[in-house]
Ligand binder design. Structure first.
Ligand code: S3P
Length: 169
C-alpha cells in the first residue's frame, strides 16, 4: 500500500482515496466495497442479518488482505476502533492519513444516508458522541492529519502527495 485513509463516516475517505489513487496511477481499494464483494451483500444487510460483530470480523480479514496489496486504501469509519485493526494500522510502514471534518460538516454529509447502518441506528446525538469517542483511536494510528473543512478535494490530494513525496526522501 502507498497510503491508507482513515476517518469518521463522511470525512471523504472514498472520494479522496479515488482521486489520490488516480494521481498515483495505482489501484484504489475501498474496504467497504471489498467487504460487500466478499459477503455478497450490502453493508446494511450484513449488519441486519449477521450483526455488527460479524461485520467487524469480516472487516479485519479484508483489512489484512488489502493492506498487502498495491494501491491506496480507503478504510471504513470504524476500522481503527477495533483493537486488532488499530494494531495493524500502527505497525504498518504505509502512511496512515486521517481526514478530519467538523461535526456539522459530517452530519450534513451523512444524516440522510440509508446505506450506513450506524446512521440509522444511532441518530444525531449518538453519532456526535461516537465521533468524539473515536477521536483518540484515529489519532493513535495517524501519521498525517488533514482538516478537510472548506478544502477542495484537489487541495487535499495535493497536500497528501506533498507529504508522501517527502516521506520517501
Ligand atoms: C462504519 C463506517 C462505514 C462502514 C460501516 C461501519 C463505522 O464506512 O464500514 O457502515 O463504524 O463508522 P464509511 O466510513 O465509509 O461510511
Amino acid at each position: 500500500m502507498e497510503a491508507i485513509l482513515i476517518g469518521f463516516m463522511g470525512s471523504g475517505k472514498t472520494t479522496i482515496g479515488k482521486l489520490l489513487a488516480q494521481q498515483l496511477q495505482l489501484p484504489h481499494i475501498d474496504l467497504d466495497a471489498q467487504i460487500t464483494a466478499t459477503a455478497g451483500s450490502a453493508i446494511t444487510d450484513i449488519f441486519e442479518k449477521h450483526g455488527e460483530h460479524y461485520f467487524r470480523q469480516l472487516e479485519h480479514k479484508v483489512l489484512v488482505d488489502s493492506i498487502a496489496r498495491a494501491g491506496v486504501l480507503s478504510t471504513g469509519g470504524g476500522t481503527p476502533t477495533q483493537a486488532m485493526n488499530l494494531h495493524v494500522l500502527q505497525e504498518t510502514s504505509t502512511p496512515v492519513i486521517l481526514l478530519e471534518a467538523t461535526t456539522n460538516t459530517i452530519l450534513d454529509r451523512i444524516s440522510n444516508d440509508a446505506g450506513r447502518p450506524l446512521v440509522n441506528s444511532l441518530g444525531t446525538n449518538g453519532l456526535v458522541s461516537l465521533k468524539e469517542k473515536r477521536r483518540s483511536q484515529y489519532h493513535a494510528c495517524a501519521d498525517l492529519i488533514i482538516q478537510t473543512d472548506g478544502a477542495s478535494p484537489q487541495k487535499i490530494v495535493s497536500d497528501i502527495l506533498h507529504y508522501l513525496k517527502h516521506q520517501k526522501n
